[in-house]
Design a protein around this ligand. Structure first.
Ligand SMILES: C[C@H](Nc1nc(-c2c[nH]c3ncc(Cl)cc23)ncc1F)C(=O)NCC(F)(F)F
Length: 269
């Protein structure tokens, strides 16, 4: 419908600069400026990268997913923009100037207290709890996919890998897609490509680790796992070696100078 609030006309969408690359698309900062006087709102626009293994079908599912999610702890859907000739489409979302948790924690390390980290963690939990009520598994919960709305609010983003669990099953099995974020994957996801609310809980545990390490690149889950695996990446693939060390009960090391209270939380892992 012409006056559909969620339909953005390409000619009014002014490109400003790139924000980053997601699973199957790149996100750009744009200003939707129908009056042409720079008073329009800033939006984050995700364009499908056609060359990636993802299809337009996957992208349409991501758009559909985000459009029906209404939660304070999930990035807001604004609408879609069809390119002329409707050859491709873009997903329009609210723009949060503080960016992702990674950049925020690196730049605000000194004024983020453990108490604030637990506030962020509880908000991510609430967002994930909401997703679970709709039988969605995110499958890519990681600090890089958490947006900072303000110094006291974070939101879950990037629903490119999100799937609905069928009613008759407790998990979702995928045909192995391209590069997977295996260092955030639960054992059953690495070994059997099985995803469930429980595997999202595992990824949440990894996000907790990222949080309490201030998203420091030296404590990045991938780097810590690769150190444990050893750089002698022999024949068995990295994911098999990762599955191996997890089976032998290796876990991400307690974050440096981690508060005793939080550490006890850590012990339950
Ligand atoms: C691929 C895109 N990458 C990036 N996005 C942004 C960003 C700033 N502000 C934003 N406001 C709304 C959105 Cl959707 C993204 C941004 N900043 C740096 C990025 F590398 C992305 O979606 N990342 C997931 C998440 F959104 F959680 F950061």
């Amino acid at each position: 419908a012409q006056h559909d609030q969620t339909l953005f006309e390409e000619r009014h969408l002014r490109y400003i600069h790139p924000l980053g690359k997601g699973n199957f698309g790149s996100v750009e900062l744009c200003r939707y400026d129908p009056l042409g006087d720079n008073t329009g709102e800033l939006v984050a626009v995700k364009k499908l990268q056609p060359n990636k293994q993802s299809t337009l079908e996957d992208f349409k599912k991501e758009v559909k997913t985000l459009s029906i999610l209404h939660c304070d702890y999930i990035v807001k859907y604004r609408g879609v923009c069809y390119s002329t000739g409707r050859l491709s489409m873009s997903l329009v979302m609210e723009y949060l100037p503080n960016g992702s948790l990674i950049g925020y924690m690196e730049n605000n390390r000194h004024n983020v207290t453990p108490r604030r980290m637990l506030l962020f963690a509880s908000q991510i939990c609430k967002g994930m709890e909401y997703l679970q009520t709709l039988r969605y598994v995110h499958r890519d919960l990681a600090a890089r996919n958490i947006l900072v709305a303000s110094e006291s609010l974070v939101k879950i983003a990037d629903f490119g890998l999100t799937k609905v669990i069928p009613c008759d099953k407790e998990y979702y099995r995928v045909t192995q897609p391209g590069e997977s974020p295996i260092f955030w994957y639960a054992p059953e996801s690495i070994n059997e490509s099985r995803f469930s609310h429980k595997s999202d809980v595992w990824s949440f545990g990894v996000v907790l680790h990222e949080l309490f390490c201030y998203c420091d690149t030296n404590s990045n889950p991938k780097r810590l796992c690769m150190q444990e695996i050893g750089h002698n990446v022999q024949s068995p693939s990295i994911s098999m070696q990762l599955a191996n060390i997890l089976k032998n009960n290796w876990r991400l090391p307690a974050p440096p100078n981690c508060q005793p209270k939080v550490c006890s939380l850590y012990m339950i892992q």
